[in-house]
Ligand binder design. Structure first.
Ligand SMILES: C[S@@+](CC[C@H](N)C(=O)[O-])C[C@H]1O[C@@H](n2cnc3c(N)ncnc32)[C@H](O)[C@@H]1O
Length: 339
């Protein structure tokens, strides 16, 4: 079981048997080992898939919005990687709790839980550290019961971007990749004007949808499918496309788990760089799998950090790999599947 779940289990006497909202959990056995009336909100599709068999459907929500669960006796947030995502979640959780109800924050020390006191301040009268074990901490505040109703529009950002051929506006939410700006790698990929092959195009790891939006307007013969693991990214991508009347399909997928059929092209600023320079194992699995989703003569076009040794992997699984664009940090690669 994950460390965050283990530290919660150590506080079973506080939690067992209660009607609890659990937000952003790891997909493990916690909700079985700690019996209670659990209601789980996750924005992570991989966690959703992992928990699907463990909880009744109406107690598990995969969404950009917190489910409106009534009669809660407490709520727990497992600290997300991005602090602004924690703020976004807490702003939705606090209004669901009556005055005096506990709001817990649990997380790994290296995952930012040390900011718990600051995050919980203002939602209750002070925050107390209940436990510290297994590199994790568990914090609690008792909410004041006066949290303002959550308004999505207060958290949503509109980002104006200028390209040589078009101006666009992206919708973004806290913790969505490159929130508030255009990533340098994505910008380089979009500098490439070579047309994509006509037909279905998969945008893997779509984020707020910038690649599909710009490329769809340049390639009227293409129909885009956008996938991401993050419910907030999917919501933003949908909004971004709708605002510009781009007709496309947007759906969750963990890797290529929910992607079916073959595509004329796959575009991506792929997520699988872990920070470990030589670890290309996730990338390799992706190139191997995506080859099955490309039509004969289908194109894979991706951008990646220049130091990542992707070309031999791309060539092993798809076909000859060309560098379409490069700068001091990024390279845009293109490979065409055999005919
Ligand atoms: C580098 S960002 C690119 C976002 C967007 N395409 C852009 O260019 O701004 C990678 C995206 O992949 C998503 N992602 C991470 N792991 C994933 C997975 N296992 N399956 C699908 N998407 C994933 C992330 O949520 C993120 O939005």
């Amino acid at each position: 079981m994950d460390n965050t779940s283990q530290i919660l289990l150590r506080s079973a006497e506080l939690l067992a048997g209660q009607r609890l909202l659990l937000v952003n959990p790891v997909a493990d056995e916690l909700t079985r080992e700690l019996p209670g009336d659990w209601h789980v909100w996750t924005w992570d599709y991989s966690a959703f898939l992992g928990l699907r068999g463990r909880l009744p459907e109406h107690q598990l929500s995969f969404s950009h919005l917190c489910p409106a669960v009534e009669g809660l006796e407490g709520a727990i947030l497992v600290m997300p990687k991005a602090i602004e995502r924690a703020e976004y979640a807490l702003a939705q959780m606090a209004p669901l709790l009556a005055a005096g109800c506990p709001l817990y924050l649990v997380g790994e020390k290296k995952g930012g839980i040390t900011r718990a006191e600051k995050l919980l301040a203002g939602l209750g009268d002070g925050a107390e550290k209940l436990d510290s074990a297994r590199h994790c901490q568990l914090w609690r505040t008792q909410v004041k019961g006066d949290a303002p109703a959550f308004r999505l529009e207060d958290w949503q950002q509109q980002i104006d971007l200028d390209f040589p051929d078009q101006k666009v506006q992206l919708t973004s939410l806290p913790g969505v990749f490159s929130h508030g700006r255009l990533d340098e790698g994505s910008a380089l990929l979009l500098e490439e004007m070579a047309p994509l092959p006509a037909g279905k195009v998969l945008d893997f790891g779509c984020g707020a949808g910038v690649l599909s939006l710009v490329l769809a307007r340049r390639n009227p013969g293409c129909r885009f499918e956008l996938v991401d693991i993050d419910a907030l990214a999917l919501y933003c991508a949908r909004q971004t496309l709708d605002q510009h009347d781009v007709d496309a399909q947007v759906y969750p997928s963990d890797g290529l788990s929910d992607v079916h059929g073959r595509f004329a092209a796959v575009v991506s600023n792929p997520p699988f760089h872990t920070g470990v320079r030589h670890d290309t194992s996730i990338a390799e699995r992706f190139f191997n799998a995506v080859a099955r989703n490309l039509l004969p003569r289908g194109e894979l076009r991706i951008v990646a950090n220049g130091f990542l040794k992707y070309p031999p992997l791309i060539e092993a699984h798809i076909g000859p790999c060309r560098v379409l664009r490069e700068n001091s940090r990024f390279k845009v690669y293109s490979a065409v599947a055999p005919g």
